[in-house]
Design a protein around this ligand. Structure first.
Ligand code: ADE
Ligand code: ZN
Length: 329
């Protein structure tokens, strides 16, 4: 079996705060005298958000944030990522870490430094939260645009799409698209095909985070495949949040069969307990994808993120090399 860690890939669907190591969560909680938020199962998205928000509370000082960013890069590299593009919701940190602009600047500085030291690349997605409203989303898009030449490469939209549909967020994504950012909202997770369609048509999505419920509409799948919109799929997250009943029933193979370009991501490894490498392994072991399919997923991830072309081309050559090495064992 070929070593999945040796397959060059990009990690595109990864929430920075949700990627904290459990040991770091425990240490920072202890240092700051905060109870460690228990990470349990999630009966609802609201419970998940409560845990996520509690984890954010342990980031009290700039140093805590720098440590988080550094470790997220290190963990991505361990999984074979050569491009790391986590998303940050700056509004999560206003009360403890200061102005959004300053938080973004720290994350970019530390992320780029950590990546450079490890010979990989780092780009940042700034994400708005649906429940904070349209005006906040527009402000987040302006912030993202301000950093478009300084390492922010994409603009996202998180939280519950069933309660907050895509259409009203159009003006924020207009701004992001005009700034040359990759528009990458969550859709097709807690709402069906209409949400994915609106993400593409109204929010200019070049990537859809999750997107999996598009499988309910074959016409939409055809359109997504034709347009080459990438779905950043997170297998374990979908099971843990009840989007699909079991890993075995995940629609990733159907999406691939329909020609939809898919990447794999871990979403929130702190909360779902699966690393990027685990996700590739599940795709191989549980869903039966062969190495050619896994290599194609890695290629899609490298092409769909904000990686500079030299890094991308080198990594794509590495994918070809991985596929042509004989399988060991
Ligand atoms: N924020 C963090 N993880 C998320 C998910 N899976 N869906 C929507 N928003 C999120
Ligand atoms: Zn996500």
């Amino acid at each position: 079996m070929r070593d999945l860690a040796a397959l060059p890939k990009a990690h595109l669907h990864l929430h920075l705060e949700g990627a904290m190591r459990p040991s770091t969560l425990a240490e920072l909680a202890d240092r700051h005298g905060i109870a460690v938020p228990p990470v349990t199962g999630f009966g609802s998205f609201a419970v998940f958000v409560g845990t996520y928000t509690a984890a954010c509370q342990v980031l009290r000082r700039e140093d805590d944030l720098r440590r988080l960013v550094r470790e997220v890069v290190e963990d991505a590299v361990l999984a074979g990522a050569v491009w790391v593009e986590p998303s940050l919701g700056p509004a999560n940190h206003r009360d403890r870490l200061g102005a959004d602009h300053d938080v973004v600047a720290v994350v970019l500085e530390e992320g780029r430094r950590a990546a450079r030291e490890r010979g990989v690349g780092f780009g940042l997605m700034i994400a708005a939260a649906r429940d904070r409203g349209v005006a906040e989303a527009v402000a987040a898009a302006r912030l993202a645009a301000d950093f478009a030449d300084a390492g922010v490469v994409s603009f996202g939209l998180d939280a519950d799409e069933a309660a907050f549909p895509p259409e009203p967020f159009g003006p924020a994504f207009d701004l992001a698209a005009q700034a040359g950012l990759i528009c990458a909202p969550h859709a097709g997770e807690f709402a069906g095909p209409a949400s994915v369609r609106a993400a593409i048509e109204v929010l200019h999505a070049r990537r859809v985070l999750h997107g999996v419920r598009a499988v309910e509409d074959p016409d939409l799948l055809r359109e997504v495949a034709e347009r080459g919109v990438c779905f950043d799929v997170c297998l374990t997250s979908n099971v843990k949040l009840g989007v699909v009943p079991t890993l075995e029933q995940h629609p990733l193979p159907a999406l691939l069969a329909a020609g939809v370009p898919c990447s794999l991501g871990a979403d929130d490894p702190l909360l779902f307990g699966a690393s990027l490498l685990d996700e590739y392994d599940h795709a191989r072991t549980t869903l039966g994808l062969d190495d050619a399919q896994l290599a194609e997923i890695a290629r899609v991830s490298l092409r769909s993120g904000g990686a500079p072309s030299a890094l991308r081309e080198r990594a794509l050559a590495g994918v070809d090399g991985w596929l042509t090495t004989p399988r060991a064992g």
